[in-house]
Design a protein around this ligand. Structure first.
Ligand SMILES: [Zn+2]
Length: 149
């Protein structure tokens, strides 16, 4: 059994949506870092321009030489949507489900699942990265209201 098929079977057993881009070098470091509660994005090694989502070439200088850098794990909700129908069996017991777009740096907007209460989602509200069970499996980022510390 090849590695990809093994991962698919494990994901189905756990009833988790699988990371769509786990084997893609443009996304794999990002998804691996999520499992550790870190948020990584790509930065051009030639001109330091940060970009997300990742593209093969820098949008500023067209270089294809990138490094991965850590960004803040908090940001501001720029937009959101709420799904009332499951697009994967793993969502059946999580409906309605919120998805938010969070600005963590100027020009860097990270999509993720909302794990807080749906009535807490407001454009302009603060959000904090959450390491839930799905994030530990590299499914996707998750966000919630910042916890008081
Ligand atoms: Zn560049």
């Amino acid at each position: 059994m090849n590695q990809e098929l093994t991962a698919t079977v494990k994901g189905e057993v756990a009833n988790l949506p699988l990371p769509l881009n786990a084997e893609d070098p443009l996304f794999a470091p990002y998804l691996s870092a999520l499992a550790n509660g870190e948020l990584l994005i790509r930065q051009c090694a030639a001109c330091d321009t940060q970009q997300w989502p990742p593209r093969p070439f820098c949008r500023n200088c067209q270089s294809s030489d990138f490094i991965w850098v850590q960004v803040l794990q908090t940001g501001t909700i720029a937009s959101f949507s709420i799904a009332y129908r499951a697009f994967h069996p793993g969502y059946l017991d999580r409906l309605p489900a919120g998805t938010v777009l969070v600005d963590v740096e100027p020009g860097i907007r990270i999509a993720g699942r909302w794990t807080g209460k749906l009535d807490e989602i407001k454009i302009g509200a603060r959000a904090e990265l959450v390491v839930d069970e799905w994030a530990k499996h590299g499914v996707s980022a998750a966000w919630a209201p910042p916890q008081a510390k």
